[in-house]
Design a protein. Structure first.
Length: 257
């Protein structure tokens, strides 16, 4: 190792900066943070325990759904990061390469199937698409509309100074206040409609990556076990022990060599 000046210079550069996190992972980390914040911002808009007038109750009820959508995006981004980021080092990639080769050889696969992690590390299409969707979301109109309504709902729901029970009187909302919430939710309904499908697609990529890396790691472990078993099976001391932990089919296959 470090057999020439180029490698020595590269070693110095790596020591100074460390490996680079794949761009799709960086984007997904940002998506997770933004989506989580949007979900939290929406959740606090409805007043706890408040009863909204029928004129706005349907639109106010949509806010819980918006939070769910944002949480779904955050979860999908987190799944992608968890699936890809742990393998962002040459040593991990070498192990996965060896494991995938063992999997392909052990199952006599031809042609060699693609390794999902490779595409996920280099393709920003889906993370960028989700990020672009998030950047187009603004809660300012929704927040302003809900704040105006909450100011009246909160007063109407407040207990009387005497402490005596009083009937709950629905607050008188203006047509502008009602229209403001309706317009804000209509805009968000349209903006958020692509999110579930995009989040599902990103989760699907994360699942493919997790399946491929798990397969490669297991294949490497199994290949090492076979190599060790081959070596130990004829050992006068450990041979009997190996035969007790290995399936009979494995031992039978090795005896055919």
């Amino acid at each position: 190792m470090l057999d020439n000046d180029n490698q020595i210079n590269a070693f110095a550069a790596l020591s100074a900066s460390g490996v680079v996190t794949p761009a799709p992972v960086v984007v997904c980390e940002g998506v997770q943070a933004v989506a989580t914040q949007l979900a939290a911002s929406v959740r606090v808009l409805p007043l706890a325990g408040a009863t909204y007038p029928s004129s706005v109750s349907d639109d106010a009820a949509k806010l819980a759904g918006y939070a769910t959508v944002f949480n779904g995006v955050a979860d999908a981004a987190a799944a992608f990061v968890a699936a890809v980021k742990p393998f962002s080092s040459p040593s991990e990639l070498v192990q996965l390469k060896t494991g995938w080769e063992c999997y392909v050889k052990g199952n006599r696969l031809s042609p060699v199937p693609p390794f999902a992690l490779v595409a996920a590390m280099g393709d920003q299409t889906m993370p960028d698409a989700l990020n672009e969707l998030l950047q187009g979301v603004s809660l300012s109109a929704l927040t302003a509309a809900m704040n105006a309504i909450n100011a009246k709902v909160g007063v109407a729901a407040a207990p009387a100074d005497t402490g005596a029970a009083s009937p709950v009187v629905a607050p008188a909302l203006t047509d502008d206040e009602i229209a403001a919430l309706k317009d804000a939710t209509a805009v968000l309904d349209a903006l958020l409609s692509p999110f579930p499908a995009s989040a599902t697609a990103l989760t699907g990529i994360a699942d493919q990556v997790s399946t491929s890396t798990s397969t490669a790691r297991k294949a490497l472990s199994d290949a090492i076990a076979i190599a060790l078993t081959t070596s130990l099976s004829t050992d006068p001391v450990m041979g009997p022990a190996v035969s007790t932990i290995m399936p009979a089919a494995v031992m039978a296959a090795l005896k055919q060599e």
